[in-house]
Design a protein around this ligand. Structure first.
Ligand SMILES: *Cc1c(COP(=O)(O)O)cnc(C)c1O
Length: 401
């Protein structure tokens, strides 16, 4: 007899990460020999820089292959603290820092630490796909707050204020944003911080793209803009995107000591500690030469400019220029309602399917980021793939006229 015990109610609505699923499908098609232009990747296409790999190899040779302290090795915490001072002018003590298995685990631990069933978390739209799942797995309720595409996806602060209830525990912000590439204005960040202080909310700021911004400015976040909010802010960051280290799985949290303590306790009972070898690699990344970061940022900027140029030349598309990240998030909804009878494109899922089937472009439907009008294209890929992809897009959309 087969095993029939039902799964926990908690996981009934849980779906696999759609971005990872699309990327897997595109890779499988490619492996079968199908000529796919993959614009779905959620990671840099560059290799991890050599000096970082060498540090990991050295760690293995040195036998640095045992459990580490739960919240990470002291040298890495010191390096993170150094980078906070150096990059943001912010002081964090080691007790205010925790290292985890990726920024994703940081977010997971925070949600587990602060949410009771029914507690609410405000999540601006469009959001990173994992925020709702992480909140809901902890029993929390997501309250989406629509950003305004006409104003760089800025938030309506009055709408934000009116959404706050006695059950609201936190707001998650992500600037530069995956999927839109938008950066919140200083005024909006000040207004968010003011509200959080007034209502005693936790601001979770996902700064994972802070080094991939194109405005020529150094990294900046809500704490560097409003230092008095520091005690109400959990800063989430990591090495995945900045150093092309997604597979190494190192992320970190800086925030109030109370939160670090509980998030670390949760980690002690789940993953024990982040990977020892990867921690040494992250140390080399944070303290080593940063020209690799500048090189990758420059490449992303050139690609951003090329993809925007080609998107602007396609009729019926409106698209905000990304100010950071390696994603662009055009509105293709003027093409909805078109297509052959029986195969009309009714939303972003249909559009992504159409692009995959008819144009052999892999892209992520906007609905998984909370807004069905859009499609996310990643430009973490070579210029030729971007040009070929945008050519195919133009031709495929023209066939829908
Ligand atoms: C990639 C990503 C993360 C976390 O990545 P890790 O590899 O888990 O560190 C977090 N937030 C956003 C918005 C991302 O795109």
């Amino acid at each position: 007899m087969s095993w029939t015990i039902p799964f926990a109610r908690r996981v009934h609505g849980l779906r696999p990460s759609p971005t990872l699923a699309i990327n897997t499908k595109a890779r499988a098609l490619k492996a079968e020999g199908v000529d796919i232009v993959n614009l779905s990747a959620g990671e840099p296409d560059f290799d991890t820089p050599d000096h970082i790999k060498e540090a990991a190899i050295q760690a293995i040779r040195d036998g640095f292959t045992k459990y580490t302290p739960v919240g990470g090795i002291p040298e890495l915490k010191d390096a993170i603290a150094y980078r906070f001072i150096n990059d943001y002018g912010l002081t964090y003590r080691p007790e205010e820092i925790m290292i985890s298995t990726g920024g994703k685990q940081v977010l997971y631990n925070i949600a587990q630490a602060i949410l009771d069933p029914g507690d609410e978390v405000i999540v601006p739209v469009p959001y990173w796909v994992s925020y709702p799942a992480i909140v809901e797995l902890a029993g929390g309720k997501v309250r989406p707050l629509q950003g305004d595409p006409a104003r760089d996806f800025a938030l309506d602060i009055e709408a934000l204020r009116s959404m706050i209830t006695p059950k609201t525990k936190a707001i998650i912000i992500n600037s530069p944003s995956n999927p839109s590439g938008a950066i919140y204005s200083r005024d909006d960040l000040k207004a968010i911080a003011k509200l959080a202080l007034e209502k005693d909310l936790l601001i979770i700021t996902d700064d994972i793209y802070d080094q991939i911004r194109f405005d020529g400015q150094g990294p900046e976040d809500i704490v560097s803009i409003v230092p008095e909010a520091k005690d109400h802010v959990a800063v989430v960051n990591g090495v995945s995107k900045t150093y092309a280290m997604t597979g190494w799985r190192i992320g970190y949290l800086a925030g109030p000591e109370r939160l670090i303590g509980m998030a670390t306790r949760i980690q002690s009972q789940s993953t024990s500690n982040p990977n020892s070898i990867a921690q040494k690699a992250a140390l080399a990344a944070l303290l080593g030469p940063q020209d690799c970061v500048r090189r990758m940022r420059k490449a992303f900027l050139e690609r951003r400019d090329r993809i925007m140029e080609m998107l602007r030349a396609i009729p019926g598309i409106s698209c905000t220029e990304p100010k950071g990240t390696f994603y662009v998030f055009p509105d293709l909804s003027s093409y909805y309602g078109r297509g052959p009878a029986g195969h009309r494109i009714e939303g972003s899922l249909d559009m992504a399917d159409y692009l995959l089937e008819e144009a052999r472009i892999a892209a992520v439907p906007g609905i998984v980021f909370g807004d069905d009008r859009f499609i996310r294209f990643s430009y973490a890929t070579g210029i030729e793939a971007i040009e070929e992809g945008m050519d195919r897009l133009r031709r495929a959309l023209a066939r829908l006229e």
